[in-house]
Design a binder for this molecule. Structure first.
Ligand SMILES: [Zn+2]
Length: 206
């Protein structure tokens, strides 16, 4: 049995009239409450009604639609609630359950995304710290120039370290924790640059 059939089977027209403070009559004829008539042109039985003036007619559901100017589904909900039938409770619970499941799923996705992000951040930080250490170890000091002839060329490893270390240090300071790194990657992401907070690749901005 559908909800509408159930509603029609369990609620009669005179019950609806009584529930909403309208007159009833033993002859089943009252002034029409839908077009607010004065003469008893509104005829009803337990299951159906018909107004001979405005032409309204139908079941208890049509009656409630006409009385309150609401749609068919709204009339079903209204009758279900006003007569305490509890027919829609299951559907409401199901909607609530589905919504809760969606929220839980979104939270889980967000948590996973953050955990993945933390791993990326930690490995980047570790890699850049290791790179700084490596560059410092390989650094040859430039030889002293005694002031005669051409100054000696700077060792390539020293030049590389001199360029790279300040930028790596700058990156590590700018991204000193996961939250800052995430905020920075958001920013660089929306500028459609490299993901992951601007990788200090190449010579950096120097
Ligand atoms: Zn009428």
């Amino acid at each position: 049995m559908s909800t509408a059939e159930e509603v029609k089977a369990r609620i009669t027209v005179p019950e609806v009239l009584l529930r909403y403070g309208l007159p009833t009559s033993s002859r089943g004829r009252i002034p029409c409450p839908i077009h607010q008539g004065e003469d008893p042109n509104f005829a009803y039985t337990d299951g159906r009604f018909h107004c001979f003036v405005c032409g309204a007619g139908g079941s208890v559901i049509d009656l409630v639609m006409g009385l309150f100017g609401i749609t068919y589904p709204q009339a079903l909900v209204r009758l279900d609630e006003d007569f305490g039938l509890g027919l829609m409770r299951g559907q409401r619970d199901e909607r609530t359950r589905r919504k809760a499941a969606e929220v839980a799923q979104k939270r889980a996705q967000e948590r996973r995304r953050r955990e993945d992000g933390k791993k990326v951040y930690q490995s980047l930080t570790a890699a850049f710290c290791a790179e700084i250490r490596g560059l410092r170890l390989g650094e040859e000091r430039p030889s002293q120039w005694n002031g005669e002839g051409e100054p000696p060329a700077l060792p390539a490893s020293w030049v590389e370290a001199a360029h790279r270390i300040p930028y790596l240090e700058y990156w590590l300071e700018e991204n000193s924790n996961f939250e800052r790194w995430e905020a920075n990657s958001h920013r660089s992401h929306s500028n459609s640059q490299l993901h992951s907070g601007g990788l200090p690749g190449g010579d950096g901005p120097l």
